[in-house]
Design a protein around this ligand. Structure first.
Ligand code: XMP
Length: 503
């Protein structure tokens, strides 16, 4: 595997995804947690960082047992840190070196740059720059403004690049990373099929004849987890799918059908009324989240207790959650994780077969196992569901209005071929009534907001520039068909500073 030492950059995960896309397994670990005992490390990548190497609180680690032992590639801060700790100078750049640039000089004999030609576009994003390289560090690529855009350390398998090969705008970035993997002698045989084969074998070994329980949500992660576990242990897996009454229109029935089609052993629980009565009169978003989260656990427990001899709890945790929980800079803005633990007295152990996969890999694994495209390509949907898309308190009538409006929006989005181009979309029911006119009648009814964003990881998101004709059609249909709505607006805020959900 490749180890990516994380110095806190926003693009660290992207480095991981690029390496995986090249069919090489990698792990992202905090900058000071290098796995010295691992025997399968082929190479090391040092990430960027929000800090400057000379900041007093900059992340620093001893590389003496890494350099020379493995091939090393420093990216941005990683490159500056290597130079700085070997006696070079790093200073604040006069003008922040940010954005597109082109490599005006390339040493094409260097194996890191094989196949990359002069003029190649790269993406810079740093406030500092290397002003003097140590003697053994040789420049292998420059731009007009940055002499040491890339360097190689003489007599060592160590390289540094001050630009970001992992971002899309570095046109030959993937090629550069691939060259690095070749230098490391990587086999590049990490594929969805190989993952499934080895994971199913490991699960069989780990679980034996034990029984496993899993909460399904209709989402991609829990569904793929279920199919993978089902492949390994079959009927020893019991899935529970709770209808909290805040799902999309007909979602519960449709998804149940999909699950049964996949051969899963699923118990569907209709707990709508329980949730509606607990939520009555509650408007605060975090309070609603807590009630829904707790209600979910209660229903799940009640079902779990009816089953005999359960030893394991399956969960659809994926790699970004794992990285976030290890993160050195992470801050929690909203309390997202709803599926909390089961009571201690059940003594369940956790099994999380997707915990090392990125979202796109989860999808590829699902496809490879023959899951339906509409299950795999489904937009993310929050655990508390429509509960956080009804601003203010929740009533069954408001749920009905929102479900109807949302169904029109989503169906049209599919019909117009827009669904797969969007990261996530939905309708929000606002706590606002406004005046309208229908026929000769004055109306005083609800407003809904349409939301659609593009994103790669939900950390940042842009509002989607949907065609006006499409928006016109959606607005017309909603106002004409959904009783209780007389006004539709479109949300044109990006994240940050807005968030994807309104609550
Ligand atoms: P925000 O609104 O923070 O959302 O930009 C980022 C992503 O997280 C989802 N989200 C949630 N998911 N429980 C969840 O399981 C929650 O309470 C929750 N709140 C937001 C949101 O839909 C988006 O995909």
């Amino acid at each position: 595997k490749i180890i990516i030492l994380d110095f806190g950059s926003q693009t660290t995960q992207l480095i991981g995804r690029r390496v995986r896309e090249l069919n090489m397994y990698c792990e992202i670990v905090p900058y000071n947690k290098f796995p010295y005992d691992a025997t399968d490390v082929k190479g090391v990548i040092l990430s960027g960082s929000p800090y400057s190497v000379y900041d007093t609180n900059a992340f620093k680690t001893d590389l003496s047992e890494i350099r020379g032992k493995y091939p090393v590639l420093g990216i941005c801060y990683g490159a500056q840190y290597l130079a700085y700790t070997s006696g070079g100078n790093v200073e604040s750049a006069n003008s922040r070196e940010y954005g597109r640039a082109n490599l005006s000089y390339i040493n094409s004999k260097d194996p890191l740059l094989e196949g990359i030609i002069t003029g190649s576009q790269i993406w810079m994003s740093h406030g500092d720059t290397i002003t003097k390289l140590p003697d053994t560090f040789k420049v292998i690529a420059s731009t007009d403004d940055v002499q040491a855009a890339a360097y190689h350390v003489e007599g060592e398998q160590t390289w540094g690049v001050q630009f970001h090969p992992e971002v899309f705008h570095s046109t030959d970035g993937t090629k550069l990373l691939d060259n690095f993997l070749n230098i490391c002698g990587c086999a590049k045989d990490w594929t969805p099929a190989s993952f499934i084969e080895s994971t199913v074998a490991e699960l069989k070994e780990q679980l034996g004849d034990d029984k496993v329980i899993l909460a399904l949500s209709g989402g991609v992660d829990s569904s793929v987890t279920a199919v993978l576990l089902n492949k390994a242990i079959g009927k020893n897996l019991t899935c529970i799918f709770v209808d909290h009454g805040l799902l999309r229109k007909n979602e519960f029935e449709n998804v149940m059908r999909d699950y049964e089609h996949l051969g899963l052993n699923v118990i569907g629980v209709n707990a709508k009324d329980k949730f509606y009565s607990k939520l009555a009169g509650v408007s605060d978003p975090e309070a609603k989240r807590k009630i829904i989260g707790k209600g979910f656990i209660d229903v799940f427990n009640e079902e779990a207790r009816k089953l005999k001899d359960i030893k394991w709890l399956g969960q659809g945790t994926i790699y970004p959650d794992v990285i976030e929980s290890l993160s050195i800079t992470g801050t929690v803005i909203k309390s997202h994780h709803n599926v909390g633990g089961l009571p201690e007295d059940m003594h369940l152990k956790l099994v999380e077969p997707l915990r090392l996969l990125f979202k796109d890999e989860v999808r590829r694994v699902g496809m490879e196992m023959g899951m339906q495209a509409h299950l795999i390509k489904r937009h993310p949907f929050p655990g508390p569901g429509l509960g956080i898309r009804i601003l203010g308190d929740i009533t069954p009538e408001k749920v009905r209005i929102l479900q109807d409006a949302d169904a029109i929006y989503m169906n049209l989005m599919r019909e117009w071929g827009l669904y797969d181009k969007i990261w996530q979309a939905g309708v929000i029911l606002l706590p606002i009534q406004s005046v309208g006119v229908m026929g000769d009648e004055r109306t005083y009814e609800n407003t809904v907001a349409l939301r659609a964003v593009t994103s790669t990881d939900a950390m940042t998101a842009d509002w989607a520039q949907l065609p006006y004709e499409f928006l016109a059609k959606v607005s017309n249909e909603i106002i004409n068909k959904v009783k209780g709505v007389n006004r539709v607006v479109y949300d044109i805020s990006s994240k940050p500073p807005a968030t994807i959900e309104w609550e």
